[in-house]
Ligand binder design. Sequence first.
Ligand code: NAP
Ligand code: MG
Length: 488
Amino acid sequence: MGEVGEIRFRQLFIDGAFRDAASGATLEVIEPATEEVLAEVQAAGAAEVDLAVTAARRAFDDGRWSGLDAGQRARILFEMARILDERRGAIAPIESRDAGKTLFDSGKIEIPFAAELLRYYGGWATKLHGQTSLNKPGTLLYTLRQPVGVVGAIVPWNFPLLMAMWKVAPALAAGCTVVLKPAELTPLSALELADIAREAGLPDGVLNVIPGLGSVAGQALVEHPGVDKIAFTGSTAVGQQVMRTAAGSLKRLSLELGGKSANIVFADADVDAAVKTALTGIFYNKGEVCAAGSRLLVERPIYEQVVEAVTAKAGKLTLGSPLEKTTRMGPLVSAGQLERVLGYIEKGKAEGARLCCGGERDTSATGGKGYFVQPTVFADVDPAATIAREEIFGPVLSVIPFEGEAEAVKIANGTAYGLAAAVHTADGARGHRVAQALKAGTVWINTYNMYDPDLPFGGFGESGFGRELGGHALDLYTETKSVWTHLG
Ligand code: NAP
Ligand code: MG
């Protein structure tokens, strides 16, 4: 395997082989903790996108994958899971260095979850059933669920491997072929996935991985007539652009976009537990989480107590190299993201919110280098303020007081997004009542940021549409065909 964390793949993976871009174009992958170049990776242009789509098209049309016995497809997904688990120790440091996430997060949470998804969807491969209907005498009515075809998967940088797997695993289980475009900032783990697929015996052309710029490779993939479906995770602005482009060929489309999720704490809640989840809700992966609990809504009687507790605990989160065991928060992913987050912090101050802790770039633990931002807590945030409405995608929490259930729901729903939300209360009925009233694709009760392969995830409103994970994800990668047979 070579040295732990050694970067072995820097090329495009097309039709079962690693290869250079004809143009010689490359991406410089920067390590956010050191600001140094971690790798130079080949960058796909329109020509390489065309090669990858052509390979995926051929691999789909000749049935080398969709025409296999479903049990055989399942076994290949299980084998990919086994190899991914086996290589966890080598891939986790690569993912951590590339995305600035702690080794605990990449190695103990995200890679195991990615492997679990391969097993979960491997299980589904043999269970994709249609329906039969006996409604009309003299007929046989039934449906078939068939793979949608060539899938273009476009993913962001916050969970590079995991977001790719949310798409690749169900798409492969359904019998689709895939062209995956990782984020330009974080292409390395997707190339590891390509190698794992090859090793596991996935036929050539079934999974292609093409690092490249969104505006070039991503755009070309969405435009390409050989692609049947685009599965996109990213920002709302780019999602809108993708939707406009996909409209040209009426490609199937699913969009997982941004969020401004509300984490609601009622006065009867277990305050210690709520504070703990408020912290993981916003500071997990330095707040670069689409479902981050970036708005903490606290009922008046416990408001000051919660603000104090969250502030005290946030101030103690250790910033540092993602590879250090003691680190609780790594750097933001890029200089651009650093600037964006600091800009929002300035806006928060200017609009009159109370800065309780953080608020600064902090490279004290890393010798002056790295895109680190202190865990930042603003209290008394006006629900109409910029930092309460716009997605910051960084370690910045806006705490907002409320009085009573109706006001909590009103504030929580007062955004264009609708990805996730949480309710903390000791009153079971209230938990479910508020869950029903919230405009969000996922609601957690008395916890935050929990995911299971079996529980669908996706957005309301400007957070996008379509549901990933669970059986629902298979709807994204299959077409339903109705067959009406006249029995005479
Ligand atoms: P982004 O800029 O929207 O990029 C997402 C992906 O789209 C990247 O691979 C990007 O390539 C590509 N892209 C850019 N322009 C494109 C175009 N014109 N056509 C096709 N593809 C294009 O988002 P990001 O900055 O990487 O990620 C942060 C955002 O993702 C946040 O808003 C966050 O909420 C959202 N997100 C949502 C979820 C969810 O499940 N709902 C999960 C994670 C993240 P480049 O890398 O070259 O820009
Ligand atoms: Mg981008």
